[in-house]
Write a protein of this length. Structure first.
Length: 330
């Protein structure tokens, strides 16, 4: 197990859902971090308001820019003496990837490659790449492990798989220090409302239809975003160079049952009956190439790095609903 020194971090896409959670975690709960630089282009899913709790921290710096700009990334590295890059910046919504695959290729593949080219000039930097369980494809039973073959089924998953391969290739060919992590579906505060849980909560608040693909039998494993942030930090500090790690949530549920669970929790929060909201469930035509089930084994993370999720789904969901309700009501 490594004990990597990570004091000056560059976080790409730090104004997004998971990136902002990671930055908040670093600045609020980690000792020894001296500087966190957030490089974000601030596209539709990025919001600096997510970083309001730490924006006045003297260790926090924001740089508005594109990961495709090698000179900008190099300037940030030199200016802030960066020793670690944690790469979140990505297009991540499957539906959007079906509509515009080239955009996903440009950001996820070319963007990662551009960063790796810069890191080649600074070989002392450790590069951690955030991936997804979707690169493995779909599994009917059992769990994906770190040695499972890649079988991406959407343009989004294919773009992430390609970027993963470039990270591995650069580590092997150029001797870079890299780690890679895959996670289950994340949920929590600050998630963009096109994703399932915030989309459903938004529909409930507006008493509008809740769209469910197909018959709602697709299965997902859910991980609270704050637990994910902690897991990433464990990998960044202690993960073996060249290795990948699966961060599973340990809570599997069919989409239709998740919708009903959200209805129950929302109704309880509002002091109302779930029966009021159940008719809002609306089945829509299934998504092309829709993966049936994702499930990650967390064995390697637990045995080698001592990490497993802290939050139950109920605990995380309570925090999530509270955040969205407070935001909706100003």
């Amino acid at each position: 197990m490594s004990n990597r020194v990570c004091k000056h971090l560059l976080v790409t896409g730090g104004a997004g859902f998971i990136g902002s959670a990671f930055i908040r975690y670093l600045l609020q709960k980690v000792e020894g971090v001296e500087k966190v630089v957030n490089l974000d282009l601030l596209t539709y899913a990025g919001d600096l308001a997510y970083l309001a709790p730490v924006s006045s921290d003297p260790r926090y710096y924001f740089v508005h820019g594109d990961i495709l700009s090698g000179p900008l990334v190099e300037e940030v590295i030199r200016t802030h003496s960066i020793d670690t890059i944690v790469h979140f910046a990505a297009e991540s919504h499957v539906d959007r990837s079906i509509e515009d695959p080239k955009c996903f290729y440009k950001t996820n593949v070319e963007g990662t490659l551009s960063l790796l080219e810069v890191v080649r000039r600074f070989p002392s930097i450790h590069f951690h790449h955030i991936s997804t369980d979707e690169v493995y494809g779909s599994v009917k039973e059992g769990f994906f492990t770190e040695s499972s073959p890649y079988k991406p089924n959407s343009p989004y998953a294919a773009s992430k798989a390609a970027s993963d391969h470039f990270v591995r290739a650069y580590a092997r060919t150029y001797g870079l220090s890299t780690t890679l992590s895959h996670s289950s579906n994340n949920y929590g505060p600050c998630q963009y409302p096109e994703k399932f849980i915030p989309l459903t909560l938004s529909a409930l608040m507006g008493e509008s239809p809740i769209p469910i693909y197909g018959e709602g039998r697709n299965v997902r494993d859910w991980l609270f975003v704050e637990d994910h942030a902690e897991g990433i930090w464990e990998v960044v500090q202690k993960g073996l160079s060249g290795e990948s790690y699966n961060l599973g949530g340990g809570f599997e549920i069919e989409n239709i049952d998740l919708a009903k669970t959200l209805i129950d929790a929302f109704a309880s929060y509002c002091g109302e009956s779930p029966k009021k909201y159940l008719p809002l469930i609306s089945f829509v035509e299934d998504r092309p190439g829709h993966d049936f089930r994702y499930a990650l084994s967390g064995k390697k993370m637990k045995e080698e790095l001592g990490w497993e999720p802290r939050s139950t789904f109920e605990e995380g969901l309570t925090q999530t609903i509270s955040w969205y309700m407070e935001r909706a009501h100003g």
